[in-house]
Design a protein around this ligand. Structure first.
Ligand code: NAG
Length: 457
């Protein structure tokens, strides 16, 4: 690990992952103060306000789909570095619009800013990990790849911690929460200007000399040329792979079946209700009769549990295998949310159940992080032959954003109508996921892809 490599990995992962995680978590605790401000301008009925707030939160996912769709175009055109730099300016624009909305009293600017920061997150989620994997030496790729996910969970925690009303989540200070995205954006610009470009991109655009000098910068005099040759070989190998088209994906059983499973995995991951918790846990805790302040503190706990379990799960996946973790995760979440539902029903007569609800939410986060959180991404790509992976991902990523959007949009309005029974939607879909995946998914760990493909045929 050279200094240049460490610098580039930090800039690539923190610069991109931070925006993605921070903006996912930042509107959770200050929901009430910002809602009040929106209502002062737009004078809405409660039901309208709920819909507007759900839209403000979840429209980020629509931006995510747009950003994801721009990933390959921009990163092949401008290169990974320039795309990430450009993307930081997108974040600066979004942060300015979101934070500025309060000073000119225009709630629609907050919604527009959320859409733009979503585009930023979608691009970051595509280009950030791509850049990281293309500058890391083969033996460090797995570890550096998991940096992005780790940064996301840490920045969700940061967002939840700074947005409680003891810190910045107050009537006057909340715009600062949104201006804060300018700091990682500035860091990413600085970091990317001083970091090497992806070697794969340089080779693909025939800038061999530049690739060699950048490789020497990244890996040192000795390892530089060796690593560059390895990357050249990889590019050669990938040229020899058969081309897989969208048509094949739909018509050939060995691609279609895993593609359906992969999309269902993404749907099940989001319909677990994880983002209802990440976006609205403060609100959920208040439903369980916690005070505003305690609910916000419990929400910071959600972020903390998430970080710890995510680190732990990286090791767990290698030890236990994918399928058992996935099934245990879904079955556990079904059970956990059923208990939470009971708690929320009886909390008014038995006060202690409020604390049981907090424990159940934490347990839910743990069960999610060890199973449904990471396994769909790992396993999903292991179900496909190398040649089909990028195309499969190009379907799975927007599918994931889409389900995320749906859950974020409908959770609060449905909760208004159904009360705690809204959790039944998550419970039923998880029970279904447990059974379906138990029957339909093969274990992929340490199994050659030919064997897996043969199963699907
Ligand atoms: C929003 O404003 C309307 C009209 O000014 C008011 O009736 C309503 O109670 C407000 N809602 C909230 C949640 O503050």
């Amino acid at each position: 690990m050279t200094c240049v490599l460490a610098w580039a990995v930090l800039a690539g992962s923190i610069g991109s992952g931070f925006q993605h995680g921070y903006n996912t978590g930042v509107l959770n605790a200050p929901q009430k103060v910002i809602e009040t401000w929106m209502n002062e301008t737009w004078h809405m009925k409660d039901s309208e306000l709920t819909v507007i707030w759900s839209t403000t939160t979840s429209i980020m996912c629509i931006g995510g789909i747009i950003g994801g769709a721009l990933t390959s175009l921009l990163s092949n055109w401008f290169g990974r570095r320039k795309t990430l730099i450009f993307n930081s300016f997108v974040a600066i624009g979004a942060g300015t619009i979101m934070g500025g909305s309060k000073y000119v009293n225009q709630p629609w600017m907050l919604i527009l800013g959320r859409l733009i920061i979503g585009i930023n997150a979608g691009l970051n989620a595509g280009v950030g990990p791509m850049y990281l994997s293309e500058i890391s030496p083969m033996e460090l790729r797995g570890a550096i790849g998991s940096m992005y996910q780790l940064v996301i969970t840490i920045s969700i925690l940061v967002a939840q911690a700074v947005s409680i009303n003891k810190v910045l989540g107050t009537e006057t200070l909340w715009p600062i929460l949104l201006f804060l995205v300018l700091i990682p954006a500035g860091y990413q610009i600085l970091g990317m200007l001083t970091s090497p470009e992806s070697l794969k991109y340089l080779l693909e655009t025939n800038e061999d000399e530049k690739a060699l000098s950048e490789s020497v910068r990244l890996f040192g005099e000795e390892q530089g040329p060796i690593n560059l040759d390895l990357i050249k070989n990889e590019i050669e190998d990938s040229r020899l792979l058969p081309k897989v088209t969208m048509r094949d994906m739909i018509h050939v059983a060995k691609y279609r079946r895993p593609l359906i499973i992969m999309c269902l995995l993404m749907g099940a991951q989001q319909l677990s209700g994880i983002n209802a918790v990440i976006y609205y846990s403060t609100h959920i805790f208040k439903t369980a009769d916690l005070s505003e302040e305690n609910a916000q503190i419990a929400t910071v706990g959600v972020g903390l549990v998430n970080v710890i379990t995510t680190i732990f799960s990286v090791f767990l996946v290698e030890m236990v295998g994918r399928k058992p973790l996935l099934i245990i995760g879904f079955a556990g979440m079904t059970f956990d949310l059923s208990l939470l539902l009971v708690c929320l029903y009886y909390v008014e007569s038995i006060a202690i159940l409020a604390y049981a609800a907090v424990v159940l939410v934490y347990l839910f986060i743990i069960l999610f992080a060890i199973g449904a959180g990471s396994i769909p991404w790992i396993m999903g790509s292991e179900l496909f032959a190398t040649a089909a992976r990028p195309l499969a991902l190009s379907v799975a990523v927007p599918a994931n954003w889409f389900f995320n959007f749906v859950v974020g949009l409908i959770f609060l309005p449905l909760q208004k109508i159904l009360g705690p029974a809204v959790f039944l939607i998550f419970i039923v879909s998880q029970a279904f996921a447990t059974v379906y995946f138990h029957i339909k998914i093969p274990e992929t760990k340490n199994r050659p892809i030919d064997e897996i493909t043969a199963l699907f045929e």
